[in-house]
Design a protein around this ligand. Sequence first.
Ligand SMILES: C[S@@+](CC[C@H](N)C(=O)[O-])C[C@H]1O[C@@H](n2cnc3c(N)ncnc32)[C@H](O)[C@@H]1O
Length: 278
Amino acid sequence: MILRPGLLQPRSGTGLEPPPRRSWWWALRRLAFGTAAERRLIRYRLAEIAASAIGGCWVPEDQKLWQQDQSFWRDYRRVAGRNLRSAERKYAVRELVRALADVPGDTAECGVFEGATSFFICQARGGGTHHAFDSFAGLSAPASEDEPEVSTAAAWRAGDLCRSETVARRNLASFPEVRFYPGWIPERFGEVASCRFSFVHIDVDLYRPTRDSLEFFYPRVSPGGMIVCDDYGYVNCPGAKQACDELAADWPEPWIHLPTGQGLLIKQASESDASSCS
Ligand SMILES: C[S@@+](CC[C@H](N)C(=O)[O-])C[C@H]1O[C@@H](n2cnc3c(N)ncnc32)[C@H](O)[C@@H]1O
């Protein structure tokens, strides 16, 4: 059998371009006996062929430097297990928080789950307290805004994504500066009303708690600080994007829609002073 021209061809400029037509026999031989670069290329092309045959999915590029950051993967596997789907979002959060060393304020996460994103926030931050909000009883009841418009997305149900606080506490045990606020958002926000924040991560999937979190935290984010909404670019979380866009209509800053699916807002300078709470 002859492969379609280009099917197993690497991108140009890699120095590995084969002639345009190759057989499966050629590919299998390379897979077994080729150089490391050839074996990687064949594996990657086979994954692309499988994804295109299944339909509706694609294989992301696999030659990025961050994907080879072994210390990140050691931590990621420990706090997020085998779920690889959110690795690039965790990495993005870690890099963003690292860039905020000079911005005053605490950090916070709304929607902690097992604590994976909070782990990378704590690892990257400069100082202060990290405030961790979650029901630890899963999602609250979805609203009409949360109904997905596309048939391929399943609707959320109350109680989905329920995880025990114990798991989050265990994953964050090496960071004594974490404070936990178990309960429904926004019930416990009042306890941090006097704080200022350099970075806030909002990841509650639904319209109402996303809106409540933004309304509370946006005025408390320091100039130059950031809010990331994890669910901004997801077809199964339409309510989260709606909440972000509705509120930002009255704010000077736009949401930046990242290809990871996250929404990023960088707070502009305002008249209010900013510092962390004690
Ligand atoms: C997608 S998970 C968060 C994932 C987490 N950020 C991570 O890094 O793995 C969503 C979380 O939001 C929480 N949640 C959803 N609605 C909530 C609400 N109204 N109040 C408090 N927590 C809520 C759920 O309990 C769940 O743990």
